[in-house]
Design a protein around this ligand. Structure first.
Ligand SMILES: Cc1ncc(COP(=O)(O)O)c(C=O)c1O
Length: 396
């Protein structure tokens, strides 16, 4: 779906069938086809409606607290020796991550469509707490689905979402199973609005989430021009399915001189190690058995980046060489968390620790006027108990 048509641009969104190259599309049941078509029409109309966009901008500023600042991590930069390391501080948004920008956009869209009830899934509970907060703000009932594995480790987000009025269903597994269950719930209740948390599943969800989150890169452009008088040389962000990364780099897709690096959890790196398949409503790269009959995937400390698939748009961008992919493992996430906390006084969650890990590796030995921006997309609260259990003694 072309939302920003520029000739020969990578910023044109998916094609008329929802594809990015050979990935994307619609792989949904018959009973959801009308809903997806209705959603596509509503989205296309909404982004041409100034009143709708003004309302989105108003609440981005006054409710979420956007723009999130960029921050020069000076002590880490001096310690590493090399490029200047910046953070795009998405963790300072209301509810503590990049997620509320997407939930705000989609709840406004749901309201505009006359929807009365919302359903969503979540991995790390960041989307769940953001979605529940947004639903409360606009007076909509909301049901969320999360996996047992994640519920056991991100309790703070569950408590917050409960206080906002969200009703949670818990299924076996993690984000993969939560998405499957949420889509099933939506199939049984097609009059609900399905508020997806990332750039995944059937078209037009990838375009919708990307549209909302691309505010991250737009802000970055203005902020770097103001502070440094130039744009960063590299932008690095982590990905579960990819909304934070896509939002960070979309603005710069037609500027190949800016390197764009996505970082996955080493244990669940679908973009790096996956193969093409059809699951969860989309054609993309998945960690799966050779014949595609079984999904695979390990476990990461970063609940939000523990996903066995990847945004179809990112699968395409990687195939054509427009983005690079890397990975970070659990040990690195812990070390980076500690380094950032002790040198910058900032508590980042495990997911952005993956991006900062990569930034540290790439900064070493680079010229001092080279700029690397890592998106710090989550705050640590949800991970504090796990960190305290694993390395709490290191801080004594
Ligand atoms: C803090 C944080 N960062 C990143 C992610 C990954 O999501 P996405 O790939 O959509 O950015 C999550 C998902 O829950 C998250 O909570």
């Amino acid at each position: 779906m072309s939302t920003e048509k520029i000739k020969n641009s990578l910023k044109t969104g998916s094609d008329k069938d929802g594809y990015f190259g050979e990935y994307g599309g619609i792989a949904a049941g018959e009973n959801l086809m009308n809903n997806l078509e209705e959603l596509k029409k509503a989205f296309e109309a909404a982004i041409k409606d100034k009143k709708f966009l003004d309302e989105f901008a108003y609440y981005c500023k006054h409710w979420i607290g956007r723009p999130s600042p960029i921050y020069f991590a000076e002590r880490i930069t001096n310690k590493i020796g090399g490029a200047k390391i910046y953070f795009k501080q998405e963790h300072l948004n209301h509810t503590g991550s990049h997620k509320p920008t997407n939930t705000l956009f989609q709840v406004l869209l749901a309201k505009r469509m006359g929807k009365k009830k919302i359903i969503c899934e979540s991995g790390a509970g960041q989307h769940w707490s953001a979605a529940a907060a947004t639903a409360a703000k606009f007076g909509m009932p909301i049901v969320g689905v999360m996996g047992k594995i994640d519920c056991a480790r991100v309790n703070q987000n569950l408590i917050k979402a409960k206080h906002y009025g969200g009703k949670l269903k818990i299924v076996e597994g993690s984000l993969r199973e939560a998405i499957t269950a949420a889509i099933k719930e939506w199939s049984n209740n097609p009059d609900y609005y399905y508020l997806i948390g990332s750039t995944c599943s059937s078209s037009p969800f990838v375009d919708i989430v990307r549209y909302a989150q691309s505010i991250i890169g737009k802000e970055m452009r203005e902020q770097f021009m103001e502070l440094e008088g130039k744009l960063p040389n590299e932008i690095i962000a982590c990905a579960g399915a990819g909304s934070n990364f896509t939002g960070s780099i979309f603005e710069f897709l037609d500027e190949p001189e800016i390197k764009k690096v996505v970082v996955e959890a080493e244990e669940t790196a679908a973009l790096t190690n996956g193969t093409k398949g059809i699951q969860q409503g989309m054609v993309t790269k998945f960690l799966q058995s050779d014949d595609g009959s079984k999904s695979l995937g390990g476990s990461s400390l970063g609940a939000g980046i523990m996903y066995y698939g990847i945004s179809p748009q990112l699968a395409h961008l990687k195939d054509i060489g427009a983005i690079e992919a890397s990975t970070a493992n659990d040990k690195e996430l812990l070390e980076t968390y500690k380094l950032v906390a002790q040198n910058e006084g900032i508590g980042i969650s495990f997911e952005p620790a993956a991006a900062v890990t990569e930034a540290l590796k790439r900064a070493k030995g680079k010229p001092k006027d080279y700029i690397i921006c890592a998106t710090a997309c989550g705050r640590v609260e949800k991970d504090l108990d796990v960190i305290e259990r694993l390395i709490g003694k290191d801080f004594e």
